[in-house]
Design a protein around this ligand. Structure first.
Ligand code: GDP
Length: 726
């Protein structure tokens, strides 16, 4: 049976109009995994009985134990619709917000996103996040409202109430979609509607589902469904209107095929020159064009080693090809190509444009790489809505394991680029940084259980930021030999400009004209935008000088000095963000020997640090949105857990039989939250966090925190000169 399906898939791979690349995205626990299993069972990939128990998409052991999906896994299946067979490539997206980076990557590979929403809970914060990620990538949404059985059996709702509730969910989701697509001129109306068939509802647990077309075809109405649910005729209901058919029909009918999607999506997700042949080939899904693969995920196969998976936008991938990998110098040789069948890889001869491929041999590729047969502008670096906010050290218990640990850490960061691995140069310790305490815990546990490397981890440490809060007068930086001087001012960058840089809409990789336009659109004046010399993190260097001799040939060192200054800010050697640095003037020694690295770098570094202090640089800390669902009697304890952590409760309301407490708290204070909330509520609370950026710390905490960080880093405790405004 399986072999037959693989053969069918191979035939369909060459027919892009019969291909749908889709993702299922949802708030945690809304039923994405159960729904995915239904689809696999419907397509004959796993048995019907085990759907819902097998959790085929959760291929990693720890995911099954924890019941959360962590890595994006892929699966291909076929589905008959209107007398034509279709190849459906499904990418799983992680539900937990701490692992948000994976979601964006998965979205880049697909053209349609089925958003699953729990009928009882309605749209939740993560529903909004995944929807935003999908729409930003030009991915078309459809809606499945799940757990409708609960409305019937638990909440005892009748047809009228049920209909009202479903309409409310649809209205909410449409409001979100409308708000997010307002400024997108490349899409038509992408709101979902029952009449058009872009909304389905049902029960992934009991394997039935309905949509307008299926209700018309079967003659079932709400009343019939309620009767059958109540009378324990779920099996009958499943047979009459199987969930997988309803959903897969919807996918085939309403999601764009690659031929339809790529002409629209390529200009949105790729910023290279649109007059090049390769641009046209990608827009047209040209099977004979240059090979272009966008890698969305790196997985490990116990036998084959690292497997890169991603979307083939043009050309065809074949064994033996020598391909460029963005961001690296050499080429890699493709060892095998394949597709995914229920989490297992099946090798095939060739994977043409428009498909999701599994490739081995790309040893330099990481999640996010562009792999191609010609050198080309890579797909913009995939924006990560959340940057790493927490770090801890990892050490092997047995020294013998050290090489294996280093290898494993390297791999972990390749699989999940929201994880960063650094080495503390003073102590030689390895540091792992990620999205939250749980994110790091999952990764370190994986190292222990999968690799069998016992590790010792340090206390988690929060990553801070430094940012100017005002503009400064001109400051001077002088080189040690006093022959070179730099004159600069610094001011904060507007939020809009910061966001434009974060989204990759303005970067140094893009053609200058395009960058200027993007910066002007975000509010930068024309002259300034023409003088942009460098962008680093969310900081911009403007060169306002005119005709200074030797400055051009010295600029590389200026940039080096700038980057050093911004990596280790003046307050506590934390990264600097959101600053606009203007170079107004410079004096340079005539003789190149006297303006080498040892002179220019410290001069610029000092100028930048002085400028930052004069621009009232302050310490920022990462914060998280927190949501706790808890029975009424524990509500006080739950909100106390937020308030007791320098947090703020913003909202409390009833939802179903539970109370919801929403608020924000600093990441630093959230360390240990997991066990504290458990004991405070006798284990009755479920909770979620989502990174919400950085926030200036209260003035009363600035000095104390700064000193703590300086002490931890072994820096001298006195604050730098000029930091006296506390
Ligand atoms: P995910 O986190 O979105 O992947 O959610 P899961 O598929 O793991 O489902 C979360 C929980 O909800 C599990 O206990 C499921 O059995 C349950 N569940 C999923 N779908 C339904 C449904 O349609 N009805 C009911 N009553 N429970 C469901």
């Amino acid at each position: 049976r399986r072999k037959k399906i693989v053969q069918e898939c191979e035939k369909l791979m060459d027919k892009p109009d019969q291909i749908r690349n889709i993702a299922i995205a949802a708030h945690v626990d809304h039923g994405k995994t159960t729904l995915s299993d239904n689809l696999l069972a419907g397509a004959g990939m796993i048995s019907d009985e085990t759907a819902g128990q097998q959790l085929a998409m959760d291929t990693k052991d720890d995911e099954q134990e924890r019941g959360i999906t962590i890595d994006a896994a892929n699966v291909s299946m076929t589905h008959e619709y209107e007398d034509r067979n279709h190849l459906i490539n499904l990418i799983d997206t992680p539900g937990h917000v701490d692992f948000g980076g994976d979601v964006t990557r998965a979205m880049r590979a697909v053209d349609g996103a089925l958003v699953v929403v729990d009928a009882v809970e309605g749209a939740m914060p993560q529903t909004e996040t995944v929807l935003r990620q999908a729409l930003r990538e030009g991915v078309k949404p459809a809606l499945f409202i799940n757990k409708v059985d609960r409305l019937i059996s638990e909440l005892q709702e009748g047809p009228q109430e049920m209909q009202e509730r479903l309409l409310k969910v649809i209205r909410n989701v449409n409001e979100l979609i409308r708000g997010m697509t307002e400024d997108m001129d490349d899409v038509d109306d992408w709101t979902v509607s029952v009449e058009e068939g872009t909304v389905g509802f049902g029960s992934a647990l009991y394997k039935w589902g309905v949509s307008m077309p299926s209700m018309q075809a079967t003659g079932l109405d709400f009343g019939d469904i309620i009767d059958m649910e109540r009378n324990d005729q779920r099996q009958e209901l499943h047979e009459k209107t199987p969930l997988s058919d309803v959903v897969l029909d919807m996918v085939c009918e309403h999601f764009p095929d690659p031929l339809d999607a790529q002409p629209r999506r390529i200009p949105r997700i790729w910023r290279g020159d649109d007059t090049l042949d390769v641009a046209e080939q990608m827009r047209l899904v040209d099977d004979d064009g240059e090979v272009v693969l966008m890698v969305t995920d790196i997985g490990i196969d116990p036998h084959a080693g690292e497997v890169a998976s991603g979307r083939v936008f043009s050309g065809g991938l074949e064994k033996g090809q020598e391909l460029y990998v963005s961001g690296t110098a050499g080429k890699n040789r493709v060892q095998s190509v394949g597709i995914y069948m229920g989490g297992e890889r099946e090798e095939v001869e060739r994977v043409p444009a428009g498909n999701i491929a599994a490739v081995t041999g790309l040893r330099d590729a990481i999640a996010g790489s562009t792999v191609s047969s010609i050198e080309m502008t890579p797909f913009e670096s995939i924006e990560h809505i959340s940057e790493p906010v927490i770090t801890k050290s990892v050490e092997a218990k047995n020294m013998d394991d050290l090489p294996k640990l280093i290898e494993t850490l390297r791999r972990v960061s390749k699989e999940d680029p929201t994880i960063q691995i650094t080495i503390n140069e003073d102590t030689g310790e390895h540091l792992i940084s990620g999205q939250g305490e749980l994110h790091l815990e999952v990764q370190t546990q994986r190292i222990e259980s999968e690799q069998g490397i016992p590790v010792i981890t340090g206390e988690p440490i929060v990553v801070f930021r430094e940012q100017p809060t005002g503009a400064c007068e001109t400051v001077e930086g002088i080189s040690p030999n006093r022959h070179n001087r730099f004159y600069i001012t610094i001011e904060p960058l507007s939020d809009e400009l910061v966001e434009t840089i974060q989204l990759g809409e303005a970067s140094m990789d893009m053609p200058e004209l395009e960058r200027r336009e993007a910066l002007q659109e975000a509010g930068m004046d024309k002259d300034t935008s023409q003088n942009v010399e460098h962008i680093y993190g969310t900081n911009i260097l403007i060169d306002d000088t005119k005709g200074i001799q030797h400055l051009n040939e010295t600029m590389e060192l200026v940039i080096e000095g700038l980057e050093e200054a911004l990596d280790d800010g003046p307050l506590a050697a934390e990264p600097v963000q959101g600053s606009l640095i203007r170079l107004h003037d410079a004096r340079l020694h005539e003789d190149a020997i006297h303006r080498g690295p040892a002179q220019v770098i410290p001069a610029v570094r000092n100028a930048v640090h002085r400028g930052l202090i004069a621009a009232r640089v302050k310490l920022l800390e990462p914060i998280q949105n927190v949501r706790i669902d808890v029975p009424n009697e524990h509500m006080g304890a739950a909100s106390g857990e937020i308030q007791g952590r320098r947090g703020r409760v913003d909202d409390m309301y009833q939802e179903g039989d539970l109370m919801v407490v929403e608020g924000i708290a600093p990441v630093d204070e959230m360390i240990g939250f997991s066990s504290d909330i458990r004991s405070a509520t006798e284990g009755r609370a479920s909770w979620n966090t989502e990174n919400a950026g950085f926030q200036v710390m209260a003035n009363s905490l600035q000095e104390e925190t700064m000193k703590e960080i300086r002490e931890r880093k072994g820096m001298k405790l006195e604050l730098p000169e000029g930091v006296d405004y506390f």
